[in-house]
Design a protein around this ligand. Structure first.
Ligand SMILES: [Zn+2]
Length: 108
């Protein structure tokens, strides 16, 4: 992992489906429903990173700063891409972490 330690941990938890989004809590029997209160879709890593309207502004900046690596997917955002070099993967990971940091979902 790269970047700020706290947000590297959140990044890893999104990858492992063990973080706060409601779908992950629901899957781990810690919540009664998997839905996002903002968009009413199952709140999983893909919803959090790529679809939820709550994170629209953070996502737009992430999209702009990762333009050379589009098309983005949850896999490309959360896992090391073997077709990219370490510097390129670090750029994507830092943008994911910046995006996570700029939302209220994972405040320290
Ligand atoms: Zn949502």
């Amino acid at each position: 992992m790269t970047g700020d330690r706290y947000y590297s941990v959140i990044h890893c938890r999104l990858l492992n489906k063990s973080s706060n989004p409601n779908f992950n809590l629901y899957t781990n029997h810690l919540r009664d429903d998997p839905f996002c209160e903002h968009c009413n879709e199952p709140e999983d890593s893909e919803n959090f990173l790529l679809r939820c309207r709550r994170n629209k502004d953070a996502r737009q900046i992430m999209f702009q700063n990762t333009r050379p690596y589009h098309t983005l997917s949850t896999v490309k955002l959360l896992y090391r891409n073997p077709l990219l070099n370490d510097k390129e993967n670090a750029i994507i990971f830092k943008e994911v972490q910046r995006s996570i940091k700029s939302t209220d979902t994972f405040r320290q």
